[in-house]
Design a binder for this molecule. Structure first.
Ligand code: SOE
Length: 403
């Protein structure tokens, strides 16, 4: 005790943290939109949830030294690196979090796993099935050494979608008949929107299909507990040339869009249920509209990301005169993830999905089980994406998804 009454002011850093869980060093590659969202997750998870390891934001990596330093300070990272190999090699990095465009996922993830690190990789897992296979194989080999590798399908971590999954598994909607799912955005409606990396096949793999379609494929499979067995698809690129990103404003230089702007497909599930999927960046007025509806023999569930604290449920066993969709406000402490948050009715948002993702990954690392969704799950989604492209190339011919 300090006789002058200055409390613990003289405590060493070790004394100040001895009541905390042991640290888990995070190293993140990329710091744009997804990097900022992941940073939020890592910063917050250990302060809200009681975790077995305490995430520490050790270092962030990007190619531009000045920009990555600014990002490190703004997002809360202790150090900045300009070479992802140096980031992986750091002793204070236990988890490598990959928030880069798809063309670098495989190389970074495999190197990190081979270096003994745990990995979190943004979706879609890769740009091709071959890359995803190599990543899943590396993750499987690493699992035997106690490492985990997870894909960032963050919409599984909305409390309402996790509740929907629980209700489906409990049999609340009975035998499934239909899944209707759409992910609609509108940021490409303007034909003069620039040609960013997301519009080139070599960097993004595919367009709305991989970016938005991957989310809804994963979510539909997660909620139903089933895996798509085959698809019939149409894709389209509405605007085939766009101004070069970073070119002079009003400049005439344009480049080719080499990915889809929209992808629509129907699918079969092994139970016999039918599903329809819509992924587009051309739905004027729809900013981030992810909607999923499941219709079963005993009832239906519906979720809308733009109202993410709610889940709609219709119980078809109730008398017709009073039955109908009712809104479950998903803010109760017994709902998934919510025991650690605010009192009922106070609501969560988009960024909390990344907090929950970080929480779940830390638990998987500490327990050596999982994680969910694994790289094998990411590979399976990649196979569905490839089947959609194959079917669309054959003008909608039904194409099976390899098991
Ligand atoms: C695309 O606009 C995008 O940023 C996706 O890449 C993200 O995965 C999604 O969460 C929001 O939309």
């Amino acid at each position: 005790p300090d006789p002058a009454g200055r409390g613990s002011a003289a405590a060493t850093p070790e004394q100040r943290t001895e009541h905390l869980a042991p640290p888990l060093g995070i190293g993140m590659v990329g710091y744009a939109f997804m990097g900022a969202a992941h940073s939020q997750g890592w910063r917050t998870a250990g302060r809200v949830f009681d975790l077995p390891r305490r995430p520490v934001l050790s270092a962030v990596c990007g190619r531009d030294p000045a920009a990555v330093r600014v990002a490190a300070d703004r997002l809360g990272w202790a150090a900045a690196e300009t070479d992802w190999r140096a980031l992986i090699a750091r002793d204070d990095v236990d988890v490598v979090d990959i928030c880069t465009p798809g063309d670098s996922h495989a190389e970074i993830a495999i190197a990190a796993l081979e270096a003994g690190k745990h990995v979190l990789c943004e979706k879609p897992l890769a740009n091709t099935v071959e890359e995803a296979e190599a990543m899943a194989a590396a993750a499987e080999a690493a699992r035997a050494r106690g490492q985990v590798a997870m894909v960032g399908f963050n919409y599984r971590r909305v409390p309402a979608t996790a509740l929907a999954r629980r209700m489906v598994a409990e049999g609340r909607i009975g035998t499934l008949r239909h899944v209707r799912v759409a992910y609609l955005q509108d940021w490409l409606v303007d034909p003069d929107a620039p040609l960013t990396w997301r519009l080139r096949k070599e960097s993004a793999g595919s367009g709305a299909l991989g970016d938005l379609g991957a989310h809804i494929i994963d979510l539909a499979q997660y909620l139903t507990g089933e895996r798509i067995s085959g698809v019939s698809a149409l894709t389209e690129t509405f605007v085939r040339e766009r101004p070069l990103a970073g070119g002079p404003s009003g400049g005439a230089a344009r480049g080719q869009v080499t990915v889809d702007d929209a992808a629509l497909f129907t699918a079969r599930l092994p139970s016999g249920a039918l599903a329809s999927f819509e992924a587009t960046r051309f739905a004027s007025g729809r900013k981030n509209a992810l909607r999923i509806e499941l219709n079963g023999e005993l009832g239906s569930l519906a979720f809308d990301l733009e109202r993410l604290n709610e889940l709609s449920f219709h119980d078809h066993t109730e008398p017709g005169v009073s039955a109908g969709f009712r809104r479950i406000l998903v803010t109760e402490p017994d709902h998934p993830y919510l025991d650690a948050w605010w009192p009922p009715g106070h609501g969560l948002g988009y960024e909390h999905t990344f907090v929950h993702q970080a929480r779940d990954l830390v638990h998987a690392i500490a327990s050596g089980t999982g994680p969910d969704p694994s790289f094998a799950d990411g590979l399976q989604v990649q196979r569905v994406l490839a089947a959609v492209e194959e079917s669309a190339a054959k003008n909608s011919v039904y194409t099976t998804v390899p098991a």
